[in-house]
Design a protein around this ligand. Structure first.
Ligand code: PSZ
Length: 284
């Protein structure tokens, strides 16, 4: 049986229901996290808790638990579901109230849910790399908030699928922002370049681990905006996310990146990333 958490209670997946006037359902009025679990242990749990608190805070939702209480609930969920390798999905909405754009009264009770899913490490794409397409970034200007409103991201990903690609790389005019559900990093002359974590992108936890690893290993990094043209002339390109880890991108809009195979620095960062996971969660 699959257990889920609804407002602090453990219930059966099939018993969990959403009210039609939940503001998450009607307005996308909520925020979420996806947390990777390796060997039954959450990877970068603290960073995910911090970002969840920040996202909720940014839209004026007060979390009903401390980070420690929440982490404890999620650990219990992992145990009850015997989850070894997979993800936790966690979301909170402003709550249930008669439909009105403006926030309901301050005493509204937020709805928090969490569930788990088994998920393998994507070894094939990590090894061979993936193709991507470019698409205009049509999203709002607070992409730093991990909001439930994913229509822009979803339309971008659908374009990728229709082009036989794994990911859509978004750009605002000439500037590359991020993937539909990933951050984008390029390598040029040994330097890792990626968009700064401002309001135009999500501050990816996987990306930040990579930037930390770069600092530790004296790999030069530039956090700055870069253009479509720079992306086309990159030596190496890769995307990062909780589930895709460090995935090489070997073609963009059907043109090969560098030599058209995963590059040496990408490979090195994949290996350092794996060591970091193993240090926190045990051997894979
Ligand atoms: O399972 C999936 O498809 C997942 S799990 C996490 C994501 C997708 N995406 C996270 C994400 C994102 O949605 C956007 C717009 N930018 C960057 C990222 C990467 O963030 P982290 O590394 O924190 O997962």
């Amino acid at each position: 049986m699959a257990w889920v958490i609804v407002n602090g209670k453990f219930i059966n997946r099939t018993e969990a229901k959403v009210d039609i006037e939940d503001r998450g359902y009607q307005f996308g009025d909520g925020v979420y996290e996806v947390i990777r679990v390796y060997n039954g242990v959450m990877f970068t749990a603290k960073e995910h808790m911090d970002r969840f608190s920040r996202s909720a805070d940014n839209i004026g939702i007060k979390l009903p638990y401390t980070q420690e209480q929440l982490r404890n609930l999620l650990d219990q969920l992992i145990d009850k579901n015997n989850l070894r390798l997979g993800i936790i999905y966690l979301q909170i909405t402003r709550g249930t109230a008669p439909r009105n754009h403006a926030f309901p009264a301050a005493n509204i009770i937020p709805n928090l849910v969490a569930y788990t899913k088994e998920l393998e490490i994507p070894t094939a794409t990590l090894h061979s790399g993936v193709k991507a397409v470019l698409t205009e970034d049509i999203r709002w200007l607070r992409c730093d908030i991990k909001s439930l409103n994913l229509l822009g991201n979803s339309l971008a990903k659908q374009k990728a699928v229709e082009h036989g690609c794994y990911e859509a790389i978004q750009h605002r005019g000439e500037v590359i922002t991020e993937g539909s559900s990933s951050n984008i990093l390029l390598v040029k002359d040994g330097v890792v370049i990626t968009h700064p974590s401002n309001q135009l992108i999500l501050k990816g936890i996987t990306k930040d681990v990579i930037l930390e690893l770069c600092a530790e290993h004296r790999i030069p990094v530039e956090e700055r905006s870069f253009t479509i043209r720079e992306l086309e002339q990159a030596d190496e390109l890769f995307l990062t996310s909780t589930t895709s880890e460090v995935t090489p991108i070997v073609a963009v809009n059907a043109r090969q990146v560098g030599r058209g195979v995963p590059g040496p620095l990408t490979r090195r960062l994949q290996s350092l990333f794996k060591q970091r996971i193993e240090a926190q969660c045990g051997s894979l």
